[in-house]
Design a protein around this ligand. Structure first.
Ligand code: ZN
Length: 435
């Protein structure tokens, strides 16, 4: 409460002319608020964050840069270890002794592989998602509860991974030369089904979604949905506070299963203008078809990755294939090599992947502010999200590491919108005239 008061007070000090402009002028016309300086206003918002809070969120976010590197190194080390120790080849041999079915052989290999990787990478997982989240006060779970969810996640990963790898290797066996093209297609189709199934089958394993019944929150959200012809009649609340203190919301589902959900932290910590700003952003993802677009963009990146894999895989096979006892692309014993190429490629593509996502997030921000018309709500939310995302990075840093616009960029956008002072048209009079 005090924090909100400080924000308000700072804004009043920094922007003494807004209210004058609004009082003095008749219906606003374009360019009537030249006295409101969006650059100054952006700076005033950023200055409301105390230095210690800023230092803490910067440290948290910059730690994430190093985690990208650690994840690459650990992932690469596990892959090389499984190949060089011939554990991968032995696991394949075991699967071949167990069954004659090629599909079941891949499934047996996949279960062993996923379990080994989960165990070997557990120390980093534990640090990144338990220790570190507690250090920065984002986590709300005890170790037992957290570990239980990790085990549920592992079971989900075993089922999904085994099915996906069985299909992928069936493709590799049938197309020994053009596997990289058909493999891309298989990955895109699988990710489509994954996006479809996850909200229905996976998310309920971790959180409960229930209809939001408070009309003071629900009705303004549904009004924005109606204004944009989004076919929903309900808003859902998810109990994210079970795991985290973070504020978030989402629009999930495809083909008639669309669901708008906001988390309980958002409800508890934010005002209605802030909630409207967030939900309008989420509706932007839906209206702008971001699910389908991201599937296509990532598909193009995946095709590039598979094309590179084809060359690197063959080259590594010629050099080390015999020593690792891997026979070729359709041999599951080569999976760690494929994963090694994949994690390296993904690491190198970090700026591209982040920029793809950040661009769509920016589009959703633009849509959101035009729908919610809450520039100050948007600025407040940008500051709240700034608890775990660096508020004011350099442009290069934002390009490489940010999958959402930084707080500064979001506030700047909201203040530019506010400064433009768009008129809203003849909303109350009946048009066309009836008499
Ligand atoms: Zn978004």
């Amino acid at each position: 409460m005090f924090f909100r008061f400080v924000l308000l007070f700072a804004l009043l000090l920094a922007l003494p002319k807004i209210s004058h402009a609004q009082e003095a002028s008749p219906p606003p016309t374009v360019g009537s608020t030249a006295s409101f300086d969006p650059v100054q206003a952006t700076k005033a918002w950023l200055d409301t964050v105390p230095a210690d809070k800023r230092a803490k969120s910067d440290a948290y976010f910059e730690g994430g840069y190093w985690l990208l590197l650690w994840n690459l190194l650990i992932g690469a080390a596990i892959a090389i270890f499984l190949l060089a120790s011939k554990i991968s080849a032995r696991l394949r041999d075991f699967s071949e002794r167990t069954t004659n079915s090629k599909t079941l052989q891949v499934a047996i290999y996949a279960i062993g592989y996923i379990l080994i990787v989960a165990i070997l990478s557990f120390p980093l997982t534990f640090y990144q998602f338990f220790i570190r989240e507690h250090q920065y006060d984002f986590a709300t779970q005890s170790f037992g509860a957290w570990f239980g969810e990790q085990l549920i996640g592992l079971v989900v990963g075993l089922i999904a991974g085994t099915v996906a790898l069985s299909i992928l290797y069936a493709v590799f066996r049938r197309a020994p030369r053009s596997w990289w093209i058909w493999g891309t297609l298989a990955v895109v189709v699988l990710s489509f089904f994954g996006n479809f199934i996850a909200p229905l089958c996976v998310e309920p394993l971790f959180n409960t979604y229930k209809p939001l019944n408070d009309p003071t929150i629900r009705d303004p959200i549904l009004a924005m949905a109606r204004a944009n012809q989004i076919p929903v009649t309900q808003v859902f609340e998810v109990d994210a506070s079970r795991q985290t203190t973070r504020v978030s919301a989402n629009v999930a589902g495809l083909l008639g299963t669309t669901r708008i959900a906001l988390n309980d932290n958002l409800l508890k910590q934010c005002t209605l203008p802030e909630i409207r700003a967030v939900m309008a952003h989420e509706m932007g993802h839906y209206v702008l078809n971001h699910g389908a677009k991201l599937t296509i963009y990532f598909g193009v990146v995946a095709l590039l990755g598979f094309a590179i894999s084809r060359f690197v895989f063959d080259w590594a096979m010629r050099r080390w294939g015999e020593r690792w006892q891997v026979r070729g692309i359709s041999d599951p014993a080569g999976l760690p090599l494929l994963m090694l190429i994949f994690v390296t490629f993904t690491f190198l593509m970090t700026p591209v992947l982040n920029s793809i996502v950040r661009t769509t997030e920016r589009e959703a921000d633009q849509f959101g502010i035009n729908t919610s018309r809450e520039p100050d709500g948007e600025a407040n939310i940008a500051l709240k999200l700034g608890a775990y995302r660096k508020l004011d990075p350099t442009p290069l840093e934002e390009f490489i590491f940010f999958d959402h616009p930084s707080g500064r960029a979001r506030i700047q956008m909201a203040m530019d919108w506010k400064a433009a002072h768009l008129p809203a048209g003849n909303l109350d009079a009946p048009e066309p005239a009836t008499q």
